[in-house]
Design a protein around this ligand. Structure first.
Ligand SMILES: [Zn+2]
Length: 191
């Protein structure tokens, strides 16, 4: 079903600004609404059909390791969609309603970006399959807006210390991708 993943050359011509940084991976293929709705591993089909999606046509896929978005209709829900090989895996998340204490720094466990605590939330994901139906969850601190791919691309201009910012982004992107895969593995474990 998802076997038509296309590999596009990873260096589009004419990019400007931070887009001049060389992408580290092949470009992430755009997710369609159907990919997302059929890709949920820890929501019922009925729920998956009703979840509000972000504006997919506005997403710059070449700069995404995964797509994360908050539910526009439910305050403490969010979603993470990722191409696992040729298969779209989508995970429903629930934000813990107790925020980090004011003034405390936080760090997203996916992108490892240190930031003010209010920008980081504890999310839990029901495990896939029977384990999830039995109430088993996986918890992780993540960027509250689930926009790790954007924050890791904020880099300082070239300097003597760091002459090539694209290397910084490449290293961050690599780490982010590995940690997203590991998180997904733990949600799918024993499913
Ligand atoms: Zn993050």
């Amino acid at each position: 079903m998802h076997s038509q993943r296309t590999r596009i050359p990873s260096r589009p011509v004419g990019r400007v600004g931070y887009n001049e940084l060389a992408p580290t991976k092949e470009i992430v293929r755009a997710l369609t609404e159907d990919d997302i709705r059929t890709g949920f591993v820890n929501a019922t089909d009925n729920e998956a059909q009703r979840i509000p999606l972000p504006g997919l046509h506005e997403v710059i896929w070449r700069d995404r390791e995964f797509l994360g978005w908050r539910d526009a209709r439910a305050a403490h829900r969010g979603y993470l969609a990722y191409w696992r090989g040729d298969e779209a895996v989508v995970i429903a998340l629930r934000e813990c309603e107790v925020p980090l204490a004011r003034g405390v720094g936080g760090m997203c466990s996916l992108c490892h970006t240190p930031q003010p605590g209010y920008q980081v939330s504890l999310f839990t994901a029901a495990r896939a399959g029977e384990a999830g139906r039995d109430g088993n969850t996986v918890g992780m601190y993540m960027c509250a807006d689930l926009a790790c791919s954007i924050i890791i691309r904020i880099v300082s201009p070239p300097s003597d210390v760091q002459p090539d910012p694209s290397l910084v982004v490449a290293r961050r992107a690599d780490g982010l991708q590995k940690r997203v895969e590991s998180f997904i593995d733990s949600v799918l474990k024993n499913a």
